[in-house]
Ligand binder design. Structure first.
Ligand SMILES: Cc1ncc(COP(=O)(O)O)c(C=O)c1O
Length: 426
């Protein structure tokens, strides 16, 4: 084992023989053999995260439903299923992926603010554990669809707790200037409506505080309020089995303090006890982000207006987070060397906002060198696009036996596969 480098879990990504490695494979080998850009995930890393989360919640009656939106590659879904996780999906596509990965209905919760009739129908067909419902219209629609099928839909109402949580504006979901959930004051009426509608079974209550939350404090604040609300809901006749506390567990990218999960678990455990319910967790990022990197190839070094730019073969189409959220992702040269300069690491996309990092200390790099962009195992590939008709990256899973490509790089033919026939073959 070499020395840990801050691009993810330090015992998974480390320096050895002057290079960066992922478990037992050097990143430059993957770069040469698979090509770049490519996402590299560590199976051992994801296993360790899952085990660590489980042990943080020891003693709390709870189940983990991995949030597929973070990374829905089938190999990742299968891995988490094999570890005992259920899955949280937010679209028919994610539900389909979950089914392809072997998840049974009882292992699936279905969230999302805008589930259409076809999507709700697919959830009913799959006999999922729980629909997290976000509006009266959705509750009515679900009940009507259940009635058509002679089925009762198991539901939790997602509550908007009307709370400000300290995270990026675009990942705040728990206050009234966001579209999510049902207003606190309307919740009891919705449970009463559920009884009147007849084809929905109100079995749970749900909230989600946002994403990339690095302090237990919002959970500590929200949970006692939810207990109080659930007590009032119980008086409508609902006998609640589940308290779904959503996801949002954050991962520091800069070596800062980790989220104190045991404090979250303590608050969740107290709520579970007070209500006599099972806690459902929907973590995405925490499980996968630090177990993956994005591997980029350096195309050119150029100087402009006093700045040094390393132009790479990957950019905001592959990893949107720096441009979209201003997110900081550490970037390290795979071939190690002392940092001698500061450079902007940019991509090939025709947007000024297309950058991976600015003013990063770097050794002198040459064309063909590789860079590893850290903490990219979650919300990396999942948010990628074909903008500028760029082919989406390959994905690689490293395990104790070596590595395998779990999604091939898209081909030129893939880019036009859904359109009218193409005159010139690619
Ligand atoms: C309802 C819900 N559950 C779970 C998650 C997963 O969040 P994270 O990856 O931050 O754990 C999200 C993310 O947006 C969400 O909206």
């Amino acid at each position: 084992m070499g020395e840990g480098v801050l691009i993810g879990l330090p015992d998974i990504f480390f320096e050895r023989d002057g290079e960066l490695w992922c478990e037992g494979v050097s990143l430059s080998r993957i770069g040469r053999e698979v090509g770049t850009p490519c996402y590299v995930y560590s199976e051992t890393g994801i296993r360790r995260r899952y085990d660590a989360l489980r042990s943080a919640f020891t003693g709390v009656p709870c189940r983990i439903f991995y949030s597929a939106k973070a990374n829905a590659n089938l190999a990742i879904l299968r891995l988490l299923r094999s570890l005992g996780a259920g899955v949280d999906v937010v679209s028919q596509g994610e539900l389909f992926r979950a089914r392809c990965a072997g998840f049974q209905g009882r292992d699936i919760v279905f969230g999302g603010v805008g589930k259409g009739a076809e999507e709700l129908g697919a959830g009913l067909e799959a006999e999922i554990l729980l629909f997290n419902v976000e509006s009266e219209g959705e509750l009515r629609r679900l009940s009507a669809l259940g009635a058509e099928r002679g089925a009762r839909a198991p539901v939790a109402i997602r509550v908007n707790p009307g709370m400000a949580v300290d995270t990026h504006a675009y990942t705040q979901t728990a206050h009234y200037e966001t579209k999510f959930g049902v207003a606190w004051e309307d919740v009891e009426d919705l449970y009463r409506l559920a009884f009147r509608l007849g084809s929905v079974d109100p079995l749970g209550i749900d909230f989600h505080l946002g994403s990339q939350i690095l302090s237990p404090e919002p959970y500590r604040r929200a949970l006692p309020r939810l207990v109080e609300l659930a007590g009032r809901v119980a008086r409508t006749g609902a006998s609640l089995r589940y308290l779904d506390i959503g996801g949002g567990f954050g991962v520091p990218h800069d070596g800062g303090p980790e989220l104190d999960l045991s404090a979250v678990a303590e608050a969740a455990g107290a709520a579970a006890k007070a209500l006599d319910v099972e806690i459902l967790l929907e973590p995405g990022r925490w499980l996968v982000a630090p177990a993956g990197v994005l591997l980029a190839g350096v195309l050119y070094a150029k100087r402009l207006g006093g700045r040094l730019y390393y132009v790479t073969d990957t950019g905001s189409n592959d990893l949107l987070r720096p441009s979209y959220y201003g997110a900081y992702h550490p970037i390290e040269a795979v071939r190690r060397g002392p940092a001698t300069t500061a450079a902007d690491i940019v991509g090939p996309v025709c947007e000024t906002g297309d950058f991976l990092g600015r003013d990063r200390p770097m050794p002198a790099l040459q064309e063909g060198d590789f860079l590893a962009v850290g903490f990219a195992g979650g919300y990396g590939f999942a948010m990628s696009s074909n903008y500028n008709a760029r082919r989406r990256a390959a994905e690689v899973l490293v395990s104790a036996d070596g590595y395998r490509v779990v999604r091939r790089r898209e081909s030129l033919a893939d880019l036009v596969a859904l359109e009218e026939p193409c005159e010139a073959g690619p």
